[in-house]
Ligand binder design. Structure first.
Ligand SMILES: NC(=O)c1ccc[n+]([C@@H]2O[C@H](COP(=O)([O-])OP(=O)(O)OC[C@H]3O[C@@H](n4cnc5c(N)ncnc54)[C@H](OP(=O)(O)O)[C@@H]3O)[C@@H](O)[C@H]2O)c1
Length: 275
């Protein structure tokens, strides 16, 4: 398909994706599926033809050229941070009535606004990979020029792929540590728990099933029970019992401190990448 042939016909789509890869694609599919976005009024600007085809199959208009997103009222910037310079060169200047929602790590809202001509309003969103299964956690921050309605619009879109929280933009690096990188901490725990189960003689399939269901069940309990994590842990830890024996080892090895240090490292690395 030529670029001209698959270029959007509607010059004024309501919503445009600039980059629609892993993250953008997941948001598009779920937001269209839930009705949060109207596919027919959504334009997807994406350089990869296979990804454009996926977006077109959902009913979205597609284009290979980010410049076609210029007329959109809301633009979701979901390119890699290193691709933003090229995308901005195609997009700028955006008008003052354009809302730009950026999921890019490392680019502050003032720099984004400036690269897009200085007039667009910018909201930053920091989601995590569980958006792919509709269970994401997205921190949303009002950025340069953003109005209350702009933050609400970002909440509406990301609400289609999980939960949202509002934070000030200066805490976006903390949100990377707490949410963005967060799934990997749990995956590491799952790896260790699976390996531990196998070391105790359980077969690989059983070890995996027990690990996945235990993490899922614990997360559901934490989400639904009303008690906090410390209370739930206390409830399964009888004095002198099996869980107490396990927790004592984790505490001796500095588990909580290791997690806190890891999160600080993620926060600091995020801040460094933004310089
Ligand atoms: N994945 C996550 O969980 C997560 C979480 C928080 C934030 N983020 C942020 O989300 C952004 C996207 O991540 P991702 O994993 O979805 O990346 P990705 O899969 O690489 O998706 C980006 C897509 O944009 C396309 N693209 C690049 N420049 C373009 C342009 N000028 N016009 C149109 N399309 C263009 C890329 O095509 P090519 O490959 O051909 O360049 C690619 O298909 C990143 O900035 C990342 O920091 C991701």
């Amino acid at each position: 398909m030529s670029h001209a042939a698959d270029r959007a016909q509607d010059p004024t789509p309501a919503f445009a994706f600039v980059g629609c890869g892993n993250l953008g694609g997941a948001i598009l599919a779920r937001a269209v599926g839930s009705g949060a976005l109207d596919a027919a009024r959504t334009l997807v600007c994406e350089s990869d033809p296979a990804r454009r085809a996926q977006a077109a199959a959902l009913g979205a208009r597609v284009s290979a050229d980010a410049a076609d997103a210029r007329g959109a009222r809301t633009l979701l910037l979901a390119v890699k941070p290193q691709s933003f310079g090229d995308a901005a060169a195609r997009l700028a200047p955006l008008p003052g009535d354009a809302l730009v929602i950026s999921v890019m790590a490392g680019w502050g809202s003032a720099a984004i606004r400036q690269a897009l001509g200085g007039a667009a309003r910018v909201v930053r969103a920091m989601p995590n990979t569980p958006v792919q299964v509709g269970c994401g956690m997205t921190a949303i921050a009002a950025g340069a020029g953003a109005l209350e309605a702009d933050v609400a619009e970002a909440e509406r879109v990301f609400g289609a792929v999980g939960r949202t929280v509002r934070i000030p933009e200066e805490l976006i690096d903390a949100a990377v540590a707490a949410g963005g990188s967060g799934p990997a901490y749990l995956f590491l725990l799952a790896e260790a728990q699976e390996a531990g189960a196998r070391a105790l003689g359980l077969d690989a399939v059983t070890a995996r099933a027990m690990t996945v269901q235990t993490i899922l069940g614990a997360a559901q309990l934490l989400a639904q029970d009303g008690r906090d994590a410390a209370a739930l842990r206390a409830a399964v830890t009888s004095k002198g019992g099996t869980t107490a024996a396990a927790i004592a080892v984790l505490e001796q090895r500095g588990f909580a401190q290791a997690v806190a240090d890891a999160m600080r490292a993620a926060r600091d690395r995020s801040a460094e990448l933004g310089k």
